[in-house]
Write a protein of this length. Structure first.
Ligand code: NAD
Ligand code: GLY
Length: 372
C-alpha cells in the first residue's frame, strides 16, 4: 500500500509518498519529475545499494550521476562543487531535475545545489535513512556546514516530491536507526503527547524494524512536519519548534568535528539539556526529565555531552545559532510534554546550571568508563 500526504504550499505544494518497494514502483511518482534530464546525487555507501534501481526506474530519461564521498564531514562547499561540475559536464540545463538518493547529508546538499544551479532547478528527495524520512527530506531546508557553524550556508528550496521507500531502512546500521528515533521522539515532545505515548509503547517494534510500525511512525512525523511547514515555510515562528534540542546539538556537532557525533545523537543530548532548562524555568517536572531519559536510553541514544566540552564551548558555539536575533539567544523549551515554545525568557543562571550539571554527568560517566 502506498500512502500519500501533501505539503500545502500553494504553487510549491508537493506530495510525500510512503510505502514498501516504492523504488521499484515509479508509476506512483514518475509524473512528478517534469524533465527529461535527471542528475542522481548519491554517495559511496548508498550507490551500491540502490543506485541501479533508481536508474532502472528512470529508464527513458537522460540520466547523469554524481557519487559523493560519504559523511557529515563532506557536507561543505567543496563537495557541493562536485555536483555543479557534474551538471555542467553533462550539459544539464535549467529544466533538469536533481534526485537526492541518500540520507540527510545527501538531501541537504542536493537540495542546495538545486536551489543554486542556474538560479534554481527542480529536485526530488528519495530519503534512505529514518532521520531523512521523518525530517530532513520534507520542508525544503537545504544547505551545507561551515567549519564555524552547522548548516550555516543554505536556502529554502522545496522538492517536487518526497519518495519514502520504507524497505530501504532494512540496510541501515542500528546506530543510524537510533539517530532517526531521536527526531521521531522530538515530534512527540514538541507537539503531540499521544504520539509520544505511542512511541513509548512501540519502541521495541520500531527497533525491531517492524515495517507497519515504522511506516506509522514515518506517517505521523511527516504529517506533523507537513502541517508545520505549510503554516510557516521560512521559520518566522512555529517552525522553530522543530529545532528542539538542535541549538545545543549543533554546538556538540561543531565542537566534535562534523561526523564524530551523529546528528540524531547530538539532538538527543540537546533535547535533554532543553528539558533540564525547562524544568529549571518552572515548566517541566523532574519526573518528565526522567521519562525522556528513559526513552532515549531505551532507544540507545547518548544522554550526556562530550566529556571535554565546557560551558564556555557551548556558549561560544550557540552564539552563532540561526535562532539568535540581535545577539539574543532563543531556545526551544518545553512547557509540558507535547507542548513546546520558542523563547528568550530563561535565566542565564539557569542555563549555566543546566550546562554545568550535564558536564558533571559527562565527566562522571567518562571516569566510570576509565575505571572499568
Ligand atoms: P547521513 O545522511 O550521513 O546518513 C547516515 C549514514 O547512513 C551515512 O553513512 C549514509 O551513507 C548511510 N545510509 C543512508 N541510507 C542508507 C541505507 N538505506 N542503508 C545503509 N546505509 C545508509 O545522516 P542522516 O542522519 O540521514 O542526516 C543527517 C543530516 O541531515 C545532518 O547533516 C543534518 O543537519 C541534516 N538534517 C537536515 C534537516 C532539514 O530539515 N533539512 C533536518 C534534520 C537533519
Ligand atoms: N528540521 C527542522 C526543520 O525542518 O525546520
Amino acid at each position: 500500500m502506498t500512502l500519500r500526504l501533501d505539503v500545502a504550499l500553494n504553487e510549491r505544494s508537493y506530495p510525500i509518498f510512503i510505502g514498501q518497494g516504492l523504488l521499484d514502483r515509479p508509476e506512483c511518482w514518475i509524473d512528478t519529475i517534469r524533465s527529461n534530464q535527471v542528475m542522481i546525487v548519491t554517495n559511496t555507501t548508498v550507490a551500491p545499494l540502490y543506485l541501479e534501481r533508481i536508474r532502472l526506474a528512470l529508464t527513458g530519461k537522460q540520466i547523469a550521476t554524481v557519487i559523493l564521498p560519504d559523511g557529515e564531514q563532506f557536507k561543505n562547499l567543496d563537495t557541493l562543487d562536485q555536483i555543479f561540475t557534474g551538471l555542467l559536464q553533462s550539459r544539464h540545463n535549467r529544466t533538469t531535475t536533481l534526485v537526492a538518493l541518500g540520507g540527510g547529508v545527501i538531501g541537504d546538499m542536493t537540495g542546495f545545489a538545486a536551489a543554486c544551479y542556474q538560479r534554481g532547478v527542480d529536485f526530488v528527495q528519495i530519503p534512505t535513512t529514518l532521520l531523512a524520512q521523518v525530517d530532513s527530506s520534507v520542508g525544503g531546508k537545504t544547505g551545507v556546514n561551515h567549519p564555524l557553524g552547522k548548516n550555516m550556508i543554505g536556502a529554502f528550496h522545496q522538492p517536487r516530491c518526497v519518495i519514502i521507500d520504507t524497505d530501504t531502512l532494512n540496510t541501515l546500521a542500528d546506530n543510524q536507526l537510533a539517530a532517526g528515533l531521536a527526531e521521531v521522539i522530538k515530534y512527540g515532545l514538541i507537539l503531540d503527547l499521544n504520539f509520544l505515548q505511542w512511541i513509548e509503547a512501540n519502541l521495541d517494534s520500531l527497533q525491531a524494524r517492524n515495517p507497519a510500525i515504522l511506516a506509522e511512525a514515518i506517517r505521523r512525523c511527516c504529517e506533523i512536519k507537513a502541517q508545520v511547514v505549510s503554516e510557516d515555510e521560512t521559520e518566522q515562528g512555529k517552525r522553530a519548534l522543530l529545532n528542539l534540542g538542535h541549538t545545543f546539538g549543533h554546538a556538540i556537532e561543531t565542537y566534535s568535528g562534523y561526523g564524530s557525533w551523529l546528528h540524531g545523537e547530538a539532538v538527543a543530548v540537546g533535547t535533554l539539556l532543553a528539558a533540564d532548562l525547562s524544568q529549571r524555568s518552572g515548566w517541566l517536572e523532574k519526573s518528565d526529565i526522567e521519562r525522556i531519559k528513559r526513552l532515549f536510553l531505551r532507544a540507545q541514544l547518548p544522554l550526556t555531552p562530550p566529556p571535554a566540552m565546557t560551558s564556555a564551548d557551548f556558549m561560544r558555539l550557540m552564539a552563532v545559532d540561526k535562532k539568535v536575533l540581535d545577539g539574543q539567544l532563543r531556545l526551544i523549551l518545553l512547557r509540558q510534554l507535547g507542548d513546546a515554545l520558542v523563547t528568550e525568557q530563561f535565566s542565564t543562571t539557569a542555563l549555566a546550571a543546566t550546562l554545568d550539571a550535564a558536564i558533571l554527568d559527562a565527566t562522571a560517566l567518562a571516569t566510570q568508563a576509565l575505571d572499568t
